[in-house]
Design a protein around this ligand. Sequence first.
Ligand SMILES: Nc1ncnc2c1ncn2[C@@H]1O[C@H](COP(=O)(O)OP(=O)(O)OP(=O)(O)O)[C@@H](O)[C@H]1O
Length: 856
Amino acid sequence: MAPKRKASGPGVAAPSAKRIASGVNTPASLSSDDEYSDDGDAGDFSEHESAAPQKYDQVVQKFQPSTYVKQTSSRAPSNDTASRLFKPQHDYVNEALKPDHHLRPLWISAHNGRVVLETFSPSFKQAQNFLINIAEPQSRTTNMHEYTISPHSLFAAVSVGLTESDIVRQLDLFSKTQVPQGILDFVHQVTESFGKVRLVLKNNRYFVESNDASVLQMLLRDPVISATRVEQSDELHTEKAAKMTGLVIPGTKEAADNREAAAHQQQQRQARGEDDEEDSDDEYGGREAEKDMSDLLREEEDDDDEIDQVHSFEIDGERIQVVQEHCNVKLNLPLTEEYDFRADMQNPNLDIDLRPNTQIRYYQEHALSKMFGNGRARSGIIVLPCGAGKTLVGITASCTVKKSVIVLCTSAMSAGQWKMEFLKWSNVNPDDVVIFTSNEKGRIPPRATVVICTYSMVTQSTRRAHDSQKTMDQITGREWGLMVLDEVHVVPAEMFRRVTERIRTHSKLGLTATLLREDDKIKDLNFLIGPKLYEANWLQLSEEGHIARVQCAEVWCPMTADFYTEYLKSPGSGNRRSLLSTMNPRKIQACQFLIDFHERRGDKVIVFSDNVYALKQYAEGLKKPYIYGDTSQRERELVLANFQHNDAVSTIFLSKIGDTSLDLPEATCLIQISSHYGSRRQEAQRLGRILRAKRRNDEGFNAFFYSLVSKDTNEMYYSSKRQAFLVDQGYAFKVITHLNGIERMPGLMFTQPVDRSSLLQDVVLQSELAGAEEKIDGDLFSDRRVLGRHNSRKPGVKRQAGTLSSLAGGEDMAYLEYNRGSRNKELAKGGKSTFFKKEERDRERRRKAAKAARGE
Ligand SMILES: Nc1ncnc2c1ncn2[C@@H]1O[C@H](COP(=O)(O)OP(=O)(O)OP(=O)(O)O)[C@@H](O)[C@H]1O
């Protein structure tokens, strides 16, 4: 049922209708007839191999009642490729339609838990809000959305407070037919065991907790669990269960209304001449009053009879992952993690709130309401498209919990970005936000703080310098209210294990744009962090103007005869073939033409190449600046600042170091000339560079994303594979087989055979390694590389427009030239825009004033 991508040219490999976009919640039983089920990020060619891990299969199978896989009559086997798609079990109409079915938007397959949602139905929005809670989105295109109900998705549903009867009632409400019995049984079986047991951290000790003592007794009979128990006795701890009360998330309309009401009350009190010192000089007026109101509400509810009891036993803090994994994978009793932060008197409060003018967007509020729905902080993962504002979600969560927060990022550059965003959106004291990376090791004060560090810094297993060790001891020695894990999809699962093992936190919030991973460990996130709490719809956000609308196109570039002959002579899938297809002169011409076309339209263009040889050849040939892993920090800053502020620099070339963490809201066009095999994640992240385009709300504005593909080469196959995730998000890729007017372009390169043949000679002379993808030590996790060698004491490239002056380069010293690129050199030498000239003059003036003040 998944809509196919648009193809305006022949031979496009359309993704399978049953392709699975995310490895998270894919029952293994579905993978047998999938065209491809792996991500391809591993960079190998084993796209037909089943990636389904054994343990996960077992879980799914355990939860697969025979009725769920409903076997209908079998048909005679067929040799053609299409008839499997029309097997009876793929038929969604195997029950009678309800008389008012046209009002109801859901088709539910009895066979495999697939649910199809019609987006044109009057009740689409309500049905979508419900489905996103209980099922895993597989594909969300313009007219149809496709979801799968799986054990993981039901775990997420239960953990945000839905019960079996809520789920069944709403499925029945929205379904065009009676809900198949197999699905009802499946929901019953899964929800019966989920949400019963919690993992709780109290006074630096871990407890397994449940309202049902028999469940804990049952757990204690399991040898793995009982071996992790701290106490020797058979007794359980029993205490009164705390009441759950509602909570107002900062940055929402409700919070603003409360603040206004509190301010109004205060005015009235003052008018009556009542003494009210509390808020008189408080910049954030109603904050205290707001707190009072929720406290009052809470107290009122606390007065109710508390008859519920909660039972628990303590487990060894060093072995929580064993317990989590065992409960999740073996016992099908996943542990939920919830933190009643308002009742936590043990840990000091952090003085932090959102600035009064900060308003979170509706989808940010939805996501956070899943986390704080019952007044506690539930651990889990929030999935929002690139550029949709995950940072503010993390900050708002911190402002809600108001306890010490630790943020883990993939690079020092993004740690710097997080700090700036904290200061921009919240009123936190700047001294309370501490960065801990390889080259910035702030001191952590004993009071409640926000610490921002890199994954590599906290997971390092080699000996640390004295200072680092001290900071690390401070981190591991205290209890954290919230841990924010940025970019959860790229961090190796082992790193997560070490992070969650070493740092004791009450709640965890994972943030990501795509739950696609390069390893098969996506399932681990479920118990290492928590279930997925919310996933936004890319297309909807772009229609609403929160992220840019993008036109995507694949440009087919025929190989020249000489290049293709050489390509065919080279071994099957090696680097040489890859280099020949990237360096195809027709592709260089297409790139030149598109750059010229978009520069003339006023676009700012980023060209991406994973291959450094090609990156340099293209950029130097086209006289454009470029950045790759070895480019110094100072030069990166210079190139990026020119791209943002200098009209003379409208195009830059980036290697894969630009895939993530770069905030370039000026960029409106992206051209990809070489990429990493079939990585859907990389494709989505690259697209993310233009989703935050500043001009996105201009009338009729569109950003452009081109993938240049050499025809009849491996690139074509990988390209369609890479697009799979975006196609499932509703992006339509057009295929352009000819760029009109390219032949007439003045100054078009490689029009002469002699030039093409000298290029071919050069390419052939390159070693096999030149065709390899760029290798960056430690990749995203290498602080040293990200910050560069020459300015290691300074923070990295800023993603903030406000900090661009510091990107201008030459702040304290003359610009040093490290790179060989001619355009890069040119940028360094001069050709500065008025912006940079003014910056320099201002700096010079400040320097003189400082000297004069010192009496020099
Ligand atoms: N509620 C909001 N109001 C105003 N601006 C917002 C809001 N939320 C986010 N933004 C802005 O949107 C931009 C993108 O936000 P952010 O960098 O957090 O995106 P992201 O989801 O982390 O993207 P990526 O995955 O590419 O890192 C930023 O400039 C941020 O200031």
